[in-house]
Design a protein around this ligand. Structure first.
Ligand code: DX5
Ligand code: ZN
Length: 218
């Protein structure tokens, strides 16, 4: 499988957002990762619809939207209209997860579920075949720039086994603390999409940092 890099716009310079979006367009990155935080599900507020609209106006690659919000069903159609290609909701934020997944697909998007670091892979046993992507949080969601949680590797291989056992067609995305130091081990464990915020945007040369990650993941 082709392994993908998804720079997280959360770490971009919002005063130069168009410049940073064009940088991703011109890089070897595969997706735009867009973090939406509501200050309720997570202790931080990121940005909302007008900013997503601005990103979507200039972005020329897949828009991978990660909702860290309570009751995400309220916004599924809105994100579809804004141009999201993938919409990921949190397992911990959905009472009727199966219904939410179906609603995302009915709105024409790929459906993803994210798991917090404390949430076991086993909770996905009964919906894995319906999912296009599972996002394993390798930090507690809410902030960029945190340290990678090592227990993630174990979860990646458990998820890879679940996908194979269930004959599901589902990508494994890792979000949080991804760098050139852990990228290869994550791919070896079975991941195929790596989100990277600080590693890309806090580097001296973001385009080169994206190329470096791409070279590692193959
Ligand atoms: C964390 C977000 C991540 C974050 C990753 O809540 O979901 O996507 O932007 O940033 P880094 O790569 O800096 O950990
Ligand atoms: Zn994210």
């Amino acid at each position: 499988m082709n392994n993908l890099i998804a720079p997280s716009v959360l770490a971009a310079d919002f005063a130069n957002l168009q410049r940073d979006v064009e940088m991703i367009n011109n890089s070897e990155a595969d997706w735009f990762h867009i973090d939406i935080m509501d200050g309720v599900f997570v202790p931080n507020i990121s940005f909302g619809m007008p900013v997503v609209k601005a990103i979507a106006t200039h972005a020329k690659k897949t828009l991978d939207v990660h909702l860290m919000i309570v009751d995400p069903d309220r916004y599924i159609q809105i994100f579809a209209d804004l141009g999201a290609d993938i919409l990921t909701v949190h397992y911990e934020a959905c009472t009727h997860l199966h219904r939410t997944i179906q609603a995302i697909k009915a709105a024409g998007m790929k459906a993803g579920v994210a798991l917090n670091p404390h949430t076991p892979i086993a909770v996905l046993e009964d919906c894995i075949v319906d999912l296009d992507i599972v996002c394993i949080m390798s930090v507690n969601p809410g902030f960029g720039g945190q340290s990678f949680i090592e227990n993630t590797y174990k979860k990646v291989s458990q998820l890879r086994h679940l996908i194979e056992f269930s004959k599901a067609n589902c990508q494994i995305e890792i979000d949080g603390g991804v760098t050139d130091k852990n990228a290869n081990a994550l791919i070896e464990a079975g991941a195929n999409v790596l989100v990277a915020g600080s590693y890309v945007f806090k580097s001296d040369n973001p385009i080169e940092s994206i190329s470096d990650l791409k070279a590692i993941v193959g």
